[in-house]
Design a protein around this ligand. Structure first.
Ligand code: FAD
Ligand code: DLZ
Ligand code: SF4
Length: 522
């Protein structure tokens, strides 16, 4: 039986399920570059270049192994621009008996696949994606009967099941979680590790030129592109992280610094998400670092928790709750996304830095995403769908299965607390504590209202005031509401007036904005 094996751009692993049992003499691998995947949201130029170059390299590796690969390029004049169109064309070229795919990571593409068998008149086998550490079925079994999900309990279950950082039935070091040790500010005297950059080869250079020409009006810079595009180079990036950054990952996990976009973070999410690295091998490499005495437990546990815990947890929630998950708007947030999310033009230094880093690198680390751009969108009541479109467009690692729960659930609390027990809302004091952004800002985090006040301050209290009906009974919000209730009435009135004046000005300042149309500032 001749099989056409379709491999998508985030399935670039040699042991991905669809390649299992492939017959080199008879079967054909199909890979397609399609415009629709680059434009369903207008992805950052680096993300498009990263995926297309990684796809071209992976196709060559399969050919070198003796497999027959039919590869459709973006600039092929006959290219229909969609997965569905390209599959149909390939079926007429190869006349297979069946099509085999690995289930896609996004719900949008999964719906597309439902029609394929009818469209092409052939059986289409959709195999489970077994690259994750928790299958969709196992997550559904864990979630069954729970009203709300909590990552910490899921994570402990995953530690037990995987055996990672375990001594028999107990966590090594006697604790599951060392987060309390992981909230240090970055000292100015601490040298940060140099971050390796993979020099673009001829294939990547060709793709960069193609993207620069074809997607010129998309957000983001291409110069400085340094992502790895092969498994070997991604493994080198993993080695580099374990050797140079992991020992400090825990201590400075939440720290932010002007001009330092990477601190001690791994920069591995794009590789994990497209399959150049597998989650188990990354966790094992970190565990080995601890067992060898190279990195402390708070760093290694904190790092493994992100992958074994958070990454698997958000994927489980995504598949369990879609498609309804994306539709909720628990805090009734209805303001449009401010234009400065695309342009970076704002006097708020923390936001200008997080957005500038994003534009330059298609990367910002977790606390920048959660506590700067995410926190602002939460406090300002920005429409979840517009915020989600932004996050999905601007990061090299963005795929809806991981972006949506992080944005909709963790950053915006738009799911009403399904994923997180309370909103990650914070005033300027938090950003000041965890960064040096405020030192060179026109605003002052210590001024609460009036001239020079950090906008996060009135916005924070106004957020609590506006959402009292929705959050007032949340036990984890009891403290801030108690503080609010002690405020004199005139102070509360000032907060409401100033926050609303700021929000009105924000809307007035964006007459050019059209959601998803960042071309005006390209
Ligand atoms: P590190 O901080 O070094 O962490 C190590 C690894 O842990 C990451 O590579 C990643 O695979 C995993 N990880 C860490 N935190 C999370 C998390 N919350 N959810 C899932 N995996 C996690 N991550 C994405 O991969 N794609 C996204 O589209 C994405 N969107 C996000 C949107 C928002 C609003 C927020 C708050 C977070 C988002 N994250 C996303 C999670 C996280 O910010 C990134 O995974 C991380 O910044 C990637 O950089 P790193 O490899 O240096 O990670
Ligand atoms: C993100 C992306 C882009 C920009 N381009 C392609 C492409 O041309 N071909 C391809 O197979 N995949 C691409 N991808 C990744 C897909 O969007 C991703 O595999 C699906 O969304 C998974 O559901
Ligand atoms: Fe951001 Fe406020 Fe600090 Fe300025 S003062 S950097 S706006 S937190």
């Amino acid at each position: 039986m001749k099989t056409l094996v379709l491999i998508l751009g985030d399935q670039l692993s040699r042991d991905v399920a669809a390649l299992d049992g492939i017959d080199a003499a008879r079967d054909v691998v199909l890979m397609v570059e399609v415009g629709q995947e680059a434009t369903y949201v207008r992805h950052h130029k680096q993300k498009i270049a990263f995926i297309l170059s990684a796809m071209r390299h992976f196709a060559q590796e399969l050919r070198d192994e003796g497999l027959s690969v039919d590869y459709v390029r973006l600039d092929d004049p006959a290219n229909t621009g969609s997965f569905t169109g390209e599959l149909a064309r390939a079926v007429s070229r190869h006349a297979p008996d069946r099509v085999v795919v690995t289930e896609p990571s996004e719900w949008r593409v999964r719906r597309m696949m439902d029609d394929w068998s009818r469209d092409i008149g052939l059986p289409v086998a959709i195999r489970d994606d077994d690259r994750f550490l928790c299958s969709r079925a196992d997550f559904a079994a864990w979630a069954d009967g729970r009203k709300a999900y909590r990552m910490e309990f899921f994570y402990r279950e995953m530690r037990r099941r995987s055996g990672l950082l375990m001594e028999g039935d107990a966590p090594v070091g006697g604790q599951w979680n060392f987060d309390a040790e992981n909230r240090k500010r970055l000292p100015a005297s601490l040298a940060l590790p140099p971050r390796g950059r993979t020099r673009p080869d001829a294939v990547t250079a060709e793709v960069i030129a193609l993207v620069a020409e074809r997607f010129a009006d998309h957000f983001g810079d291409l110069d400085g592109f340094g992502w790895a595009v092969t498994r070997n180079d991604a493994l080198a990036a993993l080695d580099h992280f374990i050797a140079d950054a992991l020992p400090f990952f825990g201590d400075y996990q939440d720290a932010m610094a002007e001009g330092e976009p990477f601190i001690f973070h791994a920069l591995l999410s794009p590789y994990l998400n497209v399959g150049l690295l597998l989650p188990r091998e990354v966790c094992l490499a970190a565990e080995t670092g601890w067992r060898a005495g190279h990195a402390p437990l708070n760093a290694v546990e904190g790092f493994i928790r992100q992958i074994l815990g958070w990454r698997e947890y958000v994927r489980g929630i995504y598949w369990l709750e879609m498609p309804g998950y994306a539709q909720t708007n628990a805090l009734a947030a209805e303001r449009p996304l401010p234009w400065f999310y695309w342009s970076g033009e704002t006097e708020m230094n923390c936001l200008a830095n997080a957005i500038g880093d994003t534009r330059r690198n298609a990367y910002a680390h977790h606390i920048q995403r959660l506590m700067v751009t995410g926190n602002f969108a939460l406090l300002a009541g920005i429409r979840p769908a517009e915020v989600e479109e932004w996050y999905l467009a601007v990061y090299a690692d963005a795929f809806e299965w991981v972006e949506l729960p992080n944005t909709h659930g963790m950053a915006l609390f738009a799911d009403g607390g399904l994923l997180a027990s309370k909103p990650y809302a914070a005033s300027g004091a938090y950003i000041d504590r965890m960064s040096n952004y405020c030192g060179s800002c026109v605003y002052d985090p210590k001024i609460k209202t009036g001239e020079g006040a950090c906008p996060f301050n009135p916005l924070y209290w106004n957020f609590l005031i506006e959402n009292r009906g929705r959050l007032g009974n949340n036990p984890r919000m009891a403290m801030p509401y108690k503080t609010l209730d002690k405020m004199p009435a005139d102070r509360v009135a000032t907060i409401i007036r100033e926050a609303n004046a700021f929000l009105d000005a924000l809307e007035d300042a964006k007459p050019l904005h059209r959601a998803g149309q960042p071309d005006l500032f390209a």
